[in-house]
Structures are given as structure tokens and as C-alpha cells.
Write a protein that binds this ligand. Structure first.
Ligand code: GAL
Length: 666
């Protein structure tokens, strides 16, 4: 029986787009707070996140509570109609905790302690840490649960700590006991017969600490699963506390995009609102595509519905080697891109740029230049535009005929030492495939390999090295049910325990793709290329190639020259495609465009100039110019541009970083 309906982002947006950011006013004298509120209102800020790193301020000594400053802020926000996403401060324990309870500090692989003095120095497995985290969460929820400014709970911040210490060793063993039941099962699953690793007692098992040579990959894989699970336990513990006090208030925790430590599919199921922090590099020529990928993934984790951009930067970050500001207009463009791809909240780290501390060179919505600075001026324009448009957009879903499959387990298993090529990085491979779809203006969702794939006509697997039996059944069912499947290299190689499947690839998948024998994998060096004799001419493949023999493929693109001359590089059997190298970008785009067309999937708009992105959110069409030159875009039918009020018939001009938000005219 389904439980009571959970609150959602809609409970916080109430038909608007949320606009605002992390607000850390404890850094400033109180007179600045009043100045902040004035500027927030001018900029259309309707939400702030308070308290993310406030633990030492709230609990300066064990068990003490200092809520007065937060009371005043909550009241101030409410007085000015600004909603508060209230954070639990548990990502950064106060110095006293590490001093009094050293077991709360995590240890790295080499046994070194991660000391206080930065942030996120907690062991997910420490009972003491969890007890203190629960207590402060309980008191915050009791105190502010009824506060009229409260709109959402933000648990912790970017859960990302690993721990190889003794606390983690204890919970790791318990986790393994739950998973395997007996040591025999564990020994079998980990293949400990190799290299004399057989365990004779649970107490012998450690987190995979620094070792002489390559570690057992199944051990490492389970440790990654365990770490994600332990962090999730910490989140769920706090979530359940705030839920008990405020069942009507939605709960989130902010993801880092495609972060390796968190199986975000599983985490998203435990959230009312899926939120992400997104910081593309303004100098990256593919920054917009990186944004689109993260946005597509976050929306998919939110079940295709609205999601929250919890953090972005109004200008430079401070954690790259060189940190570039955003050129004029780019912050607006990338913010609209997020809304186009389903965000109902556009927020920043942070409201006012710090003058001290580790992030004083990281931009804020109000920069060091203050209210007359370009950054704030652009923020203000954007906030006003979003305020005017919000009711037309909030809550709308996005339909995607294409799903790209991604799975953390497969990533963890494929990213280990002892593999054939350290050049192959799964996120980069996924980026290449998503880029091809993005450049072809084919709207894309992401899915887990065991999700229901029937809503998608085309399923794209950039690479899934590890596939469970259930996932393989799912892929087969997808093709049997009329779907089209395209897979990149090194898919279906290992089972759930990271055991190589006989034949180097699951037999049913080999049969599906028309592969009789996979003789050898032929990884390529950095910069090495193979040539393939494609229907549109010769193209280059990079990263990888395979020595495959086919029996019954319907279509083959062979390798040309070299050791693999004449053997299939790309093959198709029915509606299943296998691509054994990474084709150069234009070729991958052409291939996926053809496969999509064959599957009856159309781009959002035809004939778009390069660098122009089009996305349909509900019946609203977004057209975004990622270039600096003016472009003309053909748009069928008649629309009204919600930003300018202009009627658009037939075609549209967009200047540098231009945005159009088009609604069909009746
Ligand atoms: C995020 C974090 C913020 C801030 C920001 C800087 O990872 O949640 O607190 O550090 O990065 O880009």
C-alpha cells in the first residue's frame, strides 16, 4: 500500500522558479544583513539556504545551543518574503569534536587522519559523530519546524567522505555480513583463491588500505558500494528526524554532478527534491554540453520532473588551476539552460562573496565589487526575468525518446587498477556519447540499466562494463519490445561481482549484437587512432578497438588497415548496434542521428546553426545561442517570446549568448 504522498519541489516553488543561493551571513556584521535583504529583493531572490556550515556557531561547545542569530535571520527572511532552505550543519563538525572524539575523524587509505581545519572531516561510521549529528538535527527541526520561513530541508552538504579507519572497518564488516551471510560466500564472490587472500574470520577483513601491489578488485568494488551506503545512512538518519517534525516539508541533499562516491540513482529515491551543484568551466568549449549532461542526469534522477540547481557560480570558482570569470551574458545563458532542461530552482554558491576564508576568491551573487559590479547587475536582471516567467514554466516535464544508461557500480568496477587501459575514463566516454546527441539536438534522458526502458525508443549504452543478469534481461527485453539499442565497447563484460563473463561478453548480448567471437580487446594509446571504413567515408576511432568476428550481423563497418583490417568496428543486427571503438565526434553524431531517425526520433528543431541548443519543456521551446556571433534560427509556426513579448514567425535572431523562450501562439 502506498504511503501518504511526499511533499515535492512544488511545495517550495508554489508556481515560481526559485532564485537565490547559499547565504552565510554569520561571516558579516548584522548591518550587512539588512543591506543583503535590500539587494536580494531588488534581484528577485525568493530563497536562501541557511546554516550549511554553521555547526560551530550553533554548538560552540558540546551540547551548547546558540540559536539567537539564526532566529533573527529566519525572522528577517520571513519579514521580507524570502523562503529558507534550512541546512543541517553536519558536514563540518566543530573543532571540539575531533579534539574530544578523535574517532570521529576519517582516515585515508594510508591511515593518515583528516584533521579539522577545513571541512567534511567526519567518519560516516562513527557512532559519536552520528549521535551529535542527530542531536543538532533534532533541535533544529524542533525549533524551526513551525517557522513560516522554512520551505525545505537541506541535509548536510555534498556527502563525499571516505574512511579507511577502524570505525569504517567495523561497519564494513557488518555491511559485508549482511550482504554475504557467510565467509565462504564472500570468498567466492571476491575470488580470494587468487593470491592467497582467503579470509578465515570476519575480523581479518579491512577496508582496502594501502597495499604492496594491486588490490582485490571485488573488495574495492564492495568498499565503494559500502561507502555510498554509509553516507546514505547518515543522510537517511537526519532526513527521518526532520520528517518526523515536518512531514509536509520537502527534503533534499545536494549532489556533486556525476560524483564517483555516491550511487545517485539510489540516493535520489530517498529524496523529495533532487538537487545538484554545477560548475562548468567558462573557458571549456564544451562547458554548455557538460551543463546539459548534468541537467539531463539530474532531471532523470528526479523522475523526469523538476529539479533544483542548488549551486552554481555567478563568476569564477576558486578550485581550478586557473579560475576564469564568466563573460557577460554567460551566467544568464547557463541559468536558462538549466531551466530549459527542467530546473525549477536556480541558485548559487554563495550570496555575498567572502572576504576571508578558503573561498574568498570564489564569486558570489554580490561580488567584491558590490551592487554596482557587473556580476550583481547581471544577477539582478536574471532574477527579474525569472520572476516574470516562473509561472509559465514551473512544474513542466520534459519528454525524451532517448535514454543513455549509466550505473555507478559499472563505473566503480571499470575504474580499477589492473585494467587494460587507464586511458578509458567512463565519465569521459559518456560525455562523448552525450555530446553527439546534444549536438544533434536530440533530447536525452539518463536511466539505470535496470529501469523500465519502455518509455524510450532508443537506448544508448556508452559503456557498461559490469551488468547484472537483471540488467541484461532488461536490455534484451527492450530490443524484443521494439526498442533500438546502441552500445559502445566493453559492455556486458563482467557480472555483479566483477567476474569476467565467459567469452569476454555475456553470451546473450553477443548474440544480440551478432558477435560470434570476441578474440581480443585492443586498447589504443593516447593519441593513437584506428581507421574505419564507414558509409560516409573513412573515419577515425580512438581509445579502444576490438578483434571481433561476426556470424550474422546485418550491417558492418570494418576497420581499415592495421592489425584489425576488415574486421567489424561497428555492427548491427536488427535493432541492436555495437560500436567497438570511440568514433570521432562528427561520426558518432552522424551515426546516432541515423540510428535515431531509424527509430523514429526527431531532433527538437531541424537545421540549427552550430552552437545553438533547442529544448522543449512542455510546450515551451527554448532556443539558446552558445556562441558569441549573432545567429538566425528557423522556427516553424508562430510563437511569442516570453522574455521580450515579441511575436516570432518563421525565424528568430539571437545575439551573443542569446536566449529565446517561445510559447506557441494560438
Ligand atoms: C561546493 C560546496 C560549496 C562551495 C562550492 C564552491 O562544492 O557545496 O560549499 O564550496 O562548492 O564552488
Amino acid at each position: 500500500m502506498a504511503g501518504p504522498a511526499r511533499p515535492s519541489l512544488a511545495d517550495a516553488t508554489r508556481g515560481r522558479i526559485l532564485f537565490g543561493g547559499d547565504y552565510n551571513p554569520e561571516q558579516w556584521p548584522e548591518e550587512v544583513w539588512h543591506e543583503d535583504v535590500r539587494l536580494m529583493k531588488e534581484a528577485g531572490v525568493n530563497t536562501v539556504t541557511l546554516g550549511v556550515f554553521s555547526w560551530a556557531k550553533l554548538e560552540p561547545r558540546p551540547g551548547a545551543r546558540e540559536f539567537g542569530w539564526l532566529d533573527r535571520l529566519m525572522d528577517l527572511m520571513h519579514e521580507h518574503g524570502i523562503g529558507v532552505v534550512l541546512a543541517t550543519p553536519t558536514s563540518s563538525p566543530p573543532p571540539w569534536m575531533g579534539r574530544l572524539h578523535p574517532e570521529t575523524l576519517p582516515r585515508d587509505e594510508n591511515g593518515q587522519i583528516e584533521w579539522w581545519g577545513s571541512r567534511q572531516h567526519f567518519s560516516h561510521s562513527s557512532e559519536t559523530y552520528r549521535r551529535y549529528a542527530a542531536a543538532i538535527t533534532e533541535d533544529l527541526a524542533a525549533r524551526y519546524g513551525d517557522h513560516p520561513a522554512l520551505t525545505m530541508w537541506h541535509i548536510n552538504n555534498e556527502y563525499c567522505t571516505y574512511d579507511w579507519g577502524d570505525e569504517a572497518a567495523r561497519t564494513f564488516r557488518a555491511w559485508l555480513q549482511r550482504k554475504y551471510g557467510t565467509l565462504d560466500t564472500l570468498n567466492e564472490a571476491w575470488g580470494t583463491a587468487f593470491w592467497s587472500q582467503g579470509y578465515d574470520g570476519w575480523h581479518e577483513i579491512l577496508p582496502p588500505r594501502r597495499a604492496h601491489y594491486l588490490k582485490n578488485p571485488s573488495h574495492v568494488l564492495d568498499f565503494k558500494r559500502f561507502t555510498s551506503d554509509m553516507l546514505l545512512e547518515c543522510y537517511v538518519m537526519e532526513r527521518d528526524i526532520v520528517r518526523r517534525h515536518t512531514p509536509h516539508v520537502p527534503v533534499t541533499t545536494n549532489f556533486m554532478p556525476m560524483w564517483v562516491g555516491q550511487d545517485a540513482w539510489r540516493w535520489a529515491e530517498q529524496e523529495d527534491v533532487v538537487s545538484v551543484d554545477l560548475y562548468p568551466d567558462p573557458r571549456d568549449p564544451l562547458g554548455a554540453q557538460h551543463g546539459a549532461l548534468v541537467q539531463d542526469m539530474t532531471r532523470s534522477q528526479a523522475g523526469g520532473g523538476p529539479w533544483m540547481l542548488m549551486e552554481q557560480a555567478a563568476g569564477p570558482v576558486n578550485w581550478r588551476g586557473v579560475n576564469h570569470p564568466k563573460p557577460r551574458g554567460l551566467n544568464r545563458l547557463w541559468s536558462f539552460q538549466a531551466v530549459a532542461r527542467g530546473a525549477d530552482a536556480v541558485c548559487y554558491f554563495q550570496w555575498r562573496q567572502s572576504r576571508q576564508g578558503a573561498e574568498k576568491f570564489h564569486s558570489g551573487m554580490v561580488g567584491h565589487a558590490g551592487e554596482h559590479g557587473r556580476t550583481y547587475q547581471e544577477v539582478r536582471r536574471l532574477g527579474r526575468e525569472l520572476a516574470a516567467l516562473g509561472h509559465e514554466l514551473a512544474g513542466r516535464h520534459i519528454e525524451a525518446d532517448i535514454a543513455v544508461l549509466f550505473d555507478w557500480n559499472s563505473w566503480w568496477a571499470s575504474a580499477q587498477d589492473g585494467r587494460l587501459s587507464s586511458e578509458v575514463d567512463l565519465p569521459e566516454v559518456v560525455r562523448s556519447w552525450h555530446r553527439a546527441l546534444w549536438e544533434a539536438n536530440l533530447t536525452t534522458a539518463f536511466a539505470h540499466p535496470e529501469h523500465d526502458l519502455s518509455p524510450h525508443r532508443l537506448v544508448v549504452v556508452p559503456q557498461l562494463y559490469l551488468l547484472t543478469d537483471a540488467a541484461i534481461d532488461n536490455l534484451l527485453a527492450c530490443v524484443r519490445g521494439g526498442g533500438t539499442l546502441v552500445s559502445g565497447f566493453m559492455t556486458g563484460v563482467a557480472d555483479e561481482d566483477d567476474r569476467i563473463r565467459p567469452g569476454g561478453m555475456d553470451a546473450r548480448l553477443r548474440d544480440l549484437f551478432g558477435i560470434r567471437t570476441l578474440h581480443e580487446w585492443w586498447p589504443l594509446d593516447a593519441g593513437e587512432e584506428v581507421e574505419c571504413d564507414g558509409p560516409r567515408g573513412v573515419f577515425r576511432g580512438t581509445l579502444w578497438s576490438e578483434e571481433i568476428e561476426t556470424a550474422d550481423a546485418d550491417e558492418v563497418v570494418p576497420y581499415k588497415g592495421g592489425e584489425l583490417d576488415g574486421l567489424p568496428a561497428v555492427l548491427r543486427k536488427g535493432r541492436a548496434w555495437y560500436v567497438s571503438t570511440l568514433p570521432e565526434p562528427a561520426e558518432l553524431r552522424a551515426l546516432l542521428s541515423r540510428v535515431a531517425a531509424d527509430a523514429g526520433v526527431r531532433p527538437v528543431l531541424d537545421g540549427l546553426p552550430g552552437g545553438v541548443e533547442a529544448v522543449r519543456r512542455g510546450d515551451v521551446l527554448f532556443v539558446l545561442n552558445h556562441g558569441r556571433e549573432e545567429v538566425t534560427v528557423d522556427v516553424p509556426d508562430t510563437h511569442r517570446d516570453l522574455l521580450t513579448g515579441a511575436t516570432v514567425t518563421g525565424s528568430l535572431s539571437l545575439g551573443r549568448y542569446g536566449v529565446a523562450v517561445l510559447k506557441p501562439s494560438p
